[in-house]
Design a protein around this ligand. Sequence first.
Ligand SMILES: Cc1ncc(COP(=O)(O)O)c(C=O)c1O
Length: 417
Amino acid sequence: MLESTNFTYKNNRLYCEDVSVDEIVRQVGTPVYIYSKSYFKDRYTEFTNAFNSINHTIFYAAKSNFNLSVIKTFLDLGSGVDVNSEGELIRALKAGATPDKIILTGVGKTAREIKLGLEHDVLMIKAESEEEVYLINDIASQIHKIARVALRVNPDVDAQTHPYISTGLAENKFGKSVEDALEVYSKEKELSNVRFTGIDMHIGSQIVTIDPFIEAIEKLKEVHKIVTSFDVHIEHFDIGGGIGVKYKDETPFTIKEFANAIIPKLSTCGCDILFEPGRFLTANAGALIVEVLYTKKNSSKNFLVVDGAMTDLLRPSIYGSYHHVVPVTVYSNRENRIYDVVGPVCESGDFLAKNRELQEGRQNDYYAVMSAGAYAMVMASNYNARRRAPEVLVDGSSFKVVRSRETFDYLLYDESV
Ligand SMILES: Cc1ncc(COP(=O)(O)O)c(C=O)c1O
């Protein structure tokens, strides 16, 4: 069940690398996110090694986990950072990213965000509409910069993933169609302060088959060919992120299979190939540890009411996502029961798992909600005036709190009566 993570049992107690989860809980409390640093490193290395036969750069998608120490872990391995807002840009810079290692994404960037990206000379801004390209041109002209821009092309392919995280269909808000993108590229000479240096796509997230990527890459190659005939010099071919991971019983392709399938398609394009993986690098690096506050039975249902909630892990509530739940301590004398694992928030949509067969839970037991390294803490909220949980980074036999639990003073500092 935990085979693809760095969480393992030793003497019936859950460990992250060489640190017992109990020990972290004793010092930091619950709910708490725990991440394995070596998992981040291994996944990154696996990715980059698979593509070592072509010029490529990985831009870690910070939206999946924007903790500064997590970003820094990837920077230290040679990664760049894909940022989706000024907040993520500021985080990337604070973690130590140099501007040439940052690409700025976003379907609705404000003028302020564009200006910030230009002032910092980021490697590339990915534009998603003609209006945005003209705004980038105006802002760049005002501050005397030449903007390096990639157009996000919407290739209209079905990524066969959850509709909320499918982004490459014509009906989605993202990018521009092939035809529209070509028209925008053809206007480069009218744009005094924009140079088109890239072609970009990102067709969705948690994609577990390679075919949609191949279909989209083929379409973008056509775009590349035509754009080159406009005398536009494309340096970067960005195929985005979206590589799926195993949460339950998915069988995602391996990164080696992915590389074997797409390298032959990309090796002749003469561009640096950019990747923006998020989830692949982070999801299974982490777990959210929660404590059982109460156990109860309503009608025929058994509930474990825990101190973690949809405010800490929103994915089950908004996507119906599955996350394994495992006990932090396994007791050989306890039987299994079917439980809903629910939080303290006043919504029936506040659950972490439903109808799960789990070891019988008792008050003050701890459970780990797995695969909480991606799209977990970054989607956390203060609903019900809850404090967001701390994050812990484990490295071998030591661990560090890399973001502490919010305080009520912090939450109230800018409010008045
Ligand atoms: C433009 C872009 N790049 C990269 C990513 C990362 O996706 P994933 O975490 O699925 O790899 C996303 C996620 O939504 C995205 O929108």
